[in-house]
Design a protein around this ligand. Structure first.
Ligand code: PEP
Length: 678
């Protein structure tokens, strides 16, 4: 805040007085002996650029725009300025550093102290730039950046064209020059020496008032410097010397009860002559109204003559100190109107009263009256042109940012929910086919091949298993890429080995290359009287032989109608697989298959299926704990097809499907597998 306010204030007061800042830069250049190397246009550009830079840095740091870059730039700026003011404090080459233009005058020591404080602030912001709170979001900062640069440059150019809107100098409109020159009673007088540079026979020499030579010497220049400390009134070097008569007419001009026009030009050879027609018209008007009109300049004779030749000037030329003239008005030339020593009005050469306005005695004209110095009005203009748009931008940006934030928060919440859902589904998703007693060997191998190729070409988003009759296993294993499609049997014996004609053991299944086996399918329970007891043995043997078990459970229609589904399913699991250890459980995949939905075309609704699977998960949790239950893959089976798979799989507890009929055609099976991609 300290940096921002200081930079904005000092940048602004300099920006609205580009000529004043240019004069100060020229003072520095002179102190360094560099003035002759830097043309006026360059020092003026530097003045505008430097003030704009300072102002912009202040605004940017206030709004925390480009925090890291701006804090580095401010630190670099303050480091250079502190070194410069250290030199000023030690060597005292210039009385006032000019850091606040004419608005606030500081001694060199005060400036050094101020800069040390600002340097400390700059180090702080450079060290912790990200602690500054952004008022405008990053994506909209470019608007504030361009607007600020544009505003300050336009302010500078406007002030250069017209006059500075705020005049902090002792010659401002309404100021009485005589009063400004007064010494308070008893105040110690400082001493000033005016040096006159004159020329004779090609030789230039400096004189003071004490040894001023005769008129054979030609006046070149004059400079007044303070040689002894004392009370210095705000106006201390104002004098008017008529060049023609050599007479000091200061008192005459300041005491004139009536109006006096003073055309002010520190250097006539550098004066803008584009508006000389307006000047001449004002002079003619002054003549007709008997108003004295003088041109005050610090120029030499040749420059005055050149001006006369160029503009046809007929008015009197007077000598005044160059610095005084530059202080009176920031325009070369500029015009001031005095009355009884008071500055009634001031005009830049671009803004002079026009001939047609001068149609009455000056008393009756607007230009003859002191315009009201409406400071609140001027501040209101700054508010309307700069602060208000920036405020509106900030407000709009905040509303935009908040709405973005809310939207982001909402999206995040949604994402969290879906991540949660996904996390629930972090357990393996599986689509397993159950060929049942279908397909001869050749057709089976061909189907397995087709499924394998299809899935290799378009990788599935889930695990895929095909469970085939025993006779297919070994051949199908040859054509499957086990990384893409797993292989399982539809059953295995409840005995390890021996005289059990027609049976196939778990070990035999494993030896074909299969990794899975379906156990407890309702058709086996129904047609082959498989009981919980035999299933218990089969499961243990399968696990022992390194097979993973897809264990089926499910109720009949009657049982569902009697609302006994939970009870039935729980009993099926409890009696056949809940004897397993947690370690063994890791190789169990459950499949809920309501018998009334198998091969009937009747599907349990997704809500019915979800309800049952959630229940199964809860009883697994009761037995093995919540974590194990969360990791258990539970499939739904029963007339699952491509058209209903997506809806079923979207349920949080359904981890895939066990597919009968629809697994006999590669395209149908693939359609179900692809439900995991939607
Ligand atoms: C099955 O037999 O496991 C099964 C679910 O069959 P379908 O998909 O034909 O109903």
């Amino acid at each position: 805040m300290v940096l921002a306010v200081t930079f904005i204030f000092s940048g602004y007061v300099k920006a609205i007085d580009p000529l004043g800042t240019q004069y100060k830069i020229q003072d520095y250049l002179q102190a360094l002996g560099l003035q002759s190397f830097v043309p006026d246009w360059l020092s003026l550009l530097t003045s505008i650029g430097l003030a704009a830079l300072e102002f912009c840095l202040g605004v940017f740091i206030l709004f925390a725009i480009q925090r890291r870059l701006i804090s580095k730039l401010i630190l670099a700026f303050m480091s250079i300025m502190t070194l410069l003011t250290l030199w000023l404090a030690l060597a005292n080459p210039i009385k006032d550093c000019g850091c606040f233009g004419d608005a606030v005058h500081l001694t060199n020591l005060q400036t050094l102290l101020k800069n040390i404080i600002l340097l400390l602030c700059a180090i702080t912001t450079w060290k912790w730039p990200l602690r500054m709170i952004r008022f405008i979001s990053k994506s909209n900062q470019w608007i504030a950046i361009n607007f600020t640069i544009l505003y300050i440059l336009i302010s500078s150019i406007y002030s250069l064209y017209k006059l500075p809107p705020f005049d902090f100098r002792p010659y401002h409109i309404g100021a009485n020059i005589k009063k400004g020159m007064e010494m308070p009673a008893g105040a110690k007088m400082p001493r000033f020496t005016t040096t006159f540079t004159l020329e004779k026979n090609g030789k230039t020499k400096d004189f003071t008032l004490d040894n001023y030579p005769d008129s054979t010497w030609k006046f070149i220049n004059s400079k007044t410097v303070q040689t002894e400390e004392g009370y210095v009134p705000p106006i201390h070097d104002f004098s008017i010397q008529d060049i023609k008569s050599g007479e000091d007419i200061t008192q005459k001009v300041l005491s004139d009860k009536d109006y006096t026009f003073l055309l002010v030009s520190p250097h006539l050879d550098q004066a803008d002559d584009t508006n000389f027609g307006d000047i001449d018209q004002i002079y003619e008007y002054a003549q007709s109204e008997h108003i004295p009109f003088y041109c005050l300049t610090a120029s030499d004779e040749s420059a005055i003559q050149r001006w006369i030749d160029l503009t046809g000037a007929e008015y009197s030329f007077c000598t005044t100190d160059e610095t005084t003239l530059k202080t009176i008005i920031r325009s070369n030339p500029g015009l001031i109107l005095l009355k009884n020593g008071t500055v009634i009005n001031k005009w830049s050469h671009n803004d002079l009263p026009k001939g047609k306005e001068l149609n009455a005695h000056i008393n009756q004209l607007e230009i003859g009256k002191t315009p009201i110095n409406n400071i609140p009005g001027k501040i209101l203009k700054i508010i309307l042109w700069f602060i208000l748009p920036l405020f509106i931008l900030t407000l709009a940006d905040r509303i935009w940012a908040w709405s973005q934030w809310f939207r982001k928060k909402k999206r995040k919440r949604k994402e969290n929910i879906s991540t949660l859902k996904k996390e629930n589904k972090m357990r393996k998703k599986i689509v397993a086919g159950n060929w049942k007693m279908n397909m001869n060997l050749q057709d089976g191998v061909a189907l397995a091949k087709e499924i394998n190729e299809t899935l290799k070409a378009d990788k599935p988003n889930c695990g895929v298993i095909i469970c085939t009759p025993f006779i297919h296993l070994a051949s199908v294993a040859q054509v499957l890429d086990s990384e893409v499609v797993g292989l399982g049997a539809e059953n295995c014996a409840d005995k390890e080995k021996g005289a059990y004609t027609g049976e196939v053991s778990a070990e035999m299944v494993k030896s074909t290359g299969a990794q899975y086996v379906i156990l407890g399918h309702s058709e086996r329970r129904q047609y082959y009287n498989e009981t919980a007891e035999t299933l218990k043995d089969k499961t243990l043997l399968a696990l022992k032989n390194g097979l993973k078990v897809i264990f089926c459970c499910g109720e009949t229609l009657e049982e569902r109608e009697a609302n006994k589904q939970n009870e039935v399913v729980k009993a099926e699991l409890k009696d056949a697989v809940f004897n397993l250890t947690a370690e063994e459980w890791k190789n169990i995949i459950l499949a809920y298959e309501p018998i009334w939905a198998i091969g009937t075309g009747k599907t349990a609704t997704s809500d019915q299926a979800e309800e049952m699977l959630a229940y199964i998960r809860s009883i697994v949790a009761d037995k093995y704990g919540k974590e194990v239950a969360e990791d258990t893959t539970i499939l739904y089976g029963g007339s699952c097809k491509a058209s209903n798979a997506q809806e079923l799989f979207s349920k949080p507890d359904i981890d895939g499907g066990l597919i009968g009929g629809a697994s006999l055609k590669a395209a149908d099976f693939k359609g179900i597998i692809d439900a995991w991609k939607k």
